[in-house]
Ligand binder design. Structure first.
Ligand code: PPS
Length: 320
């Protein structure tokens, strides 16, 4: 077996069982990871949170094909993935706004591993496999769980990260719109105990930033996109060997603006259960919205969590 499965026995998780919609959550740890080129001495991957669906798809995950002309966008959930995907897709497709508006981003840029966390009609691995090349692939997988072929092929990849407090708030509203039935407070307490999908969050971010000799990866942050979009676009164009005129770039900035993306049904997914509470997928899009949305106690909880999980001051900068 390539993965080790552990039930969650944390008292908070057990206490919430049957009430919050998290009953089939499970921790999964990769057991084969010596091929991951990471700089952390004696590194051992941690277990990450999924649903029991993981067991059904582990082989497809391990054997997923990766092509040299693939483009991957990787993130911890709610870090600005969709925004990055739309930017990358357009930059790589000659700013074809018409084509972007004609087809859902979920089709243009399939989410490789969604079958590990939500039931899907078709395997998401199968869908990615059948996507015409060059493929654009979204994933939230941690380094230890990327398909083995990823490390042989090393396709061009963008990694996007976001401030943990913004991620936490966005993740709560997102989960509430799908399956989560607890309060913000309960969600945050389980988030800091690493019991939300793809957690642990800090390990995900640190491990990607500690890869060595991976010049196939460009690192971005949500906050950088929010404050300096033109400079991010310039970096991404350079990374993919693309150049556009000033007027063309103006159209791109406009297309990527919060308002325009919120009004665009190909990126602001409407596939949610309308009977559930919750916000739109593209919700607030702020860099520091957490200052208004969290209580002082919740801010303290999240700050202490980061302090505890990231004692190294250099690495801590990734979470400021
Ligand atoms: S997911 O479900 O993991 O793929 O979510 P992800 O796309 O990573 O993150 C969703 C958050 O990104 C915000 N977003 C934007 N912010 C600013 N400008 C633009 N154009 C934009 N597009 C998406 C989105 O609103 C989610 O953040 P919150 O804080 O919930 O608003």
């Amino acid at each position: 077996m390539s993965f080790e499965y552990t039930e969650i026995t944390d008292p908070l998780f057990v206490e919430n069982k049957g009430q919050t919609g998290e009953d089939d959550y499970i921790m999964v740890r990769a057991k084969q990871y010596s091929h991951v080129p990471i700089k952390i001495p004696n590194w051992t991957p941690q277990a990450h949170c999924y649903t029991t669906l993981f067991k059904q798809y582990e082989q497809e995950l391990l054997e997923a094909e990766v092509y040299p002309d693939d483009v991957w966008v990787i993130s911890y959930p709610k870090s600005g993935t969709t925004w990055t995907q739309e930017m990358v897709w357009l930059i790589c497709n000659d700013l074809n706004f018409e084509a972007a508006r004609a087809e859902s981003l979920q089709i243009r840029f399939p989410f490789l591993d969604v079958s590990l966390i939500h039931p899907t009609d078709t395997s998401s691995f199968e869908r990615a496999k059948n996507t015409p090349r060059p493929r654009f692939i979204k994933t939230h997988l941690p380094v230890s769980m990327l398909p083995k072929r990823y490390w042989e092929v090393k396709p061009k990849t963008i990694h996007i990260r976001r401030n943990p407090k913004s991620v936490a708030v966005s993740y709560f509203f997102h989960s509430q719109g799908i399956h989560y039935r607890g309060s913000m407070d309960t969600f945050l307490r389980s988030f800091v105990r690493e019991h939300q999908f793809y957690s642990p969050y800090h390990a995900h971010v640190i491990e990607y930033h500690e890869l060595q000799d991976c010049d196939n990866i460009l690192y971005l942050s949500f906050e950088e996109m929010k404050h300096y979009l033109p400079s991010v676009v310039r970096k991404v164009c350079e990374f993919f060997g693309k150049a556009y005129s000033k007027p063309e770039l103006e159209l791109l900035y406009q297309h990527l603006s919060f308002k325009s993306m919120r009004d665009n049904p190909t990126v602001n997914y409407k596939s949610r259960d309308p009977t559930k509470k919750g916000e739109q997928f593209i919700r607030k899009g702020e860099a520091e919205g957490w200052k208004k949305e969290l209580t002082p106690e919740q801010i303290q909880l999240l700050d202490e969590w980061t302090k505890e999980k990231v004692p190294n001051p250099e690495q801590r900068k990734l979470f400021e």
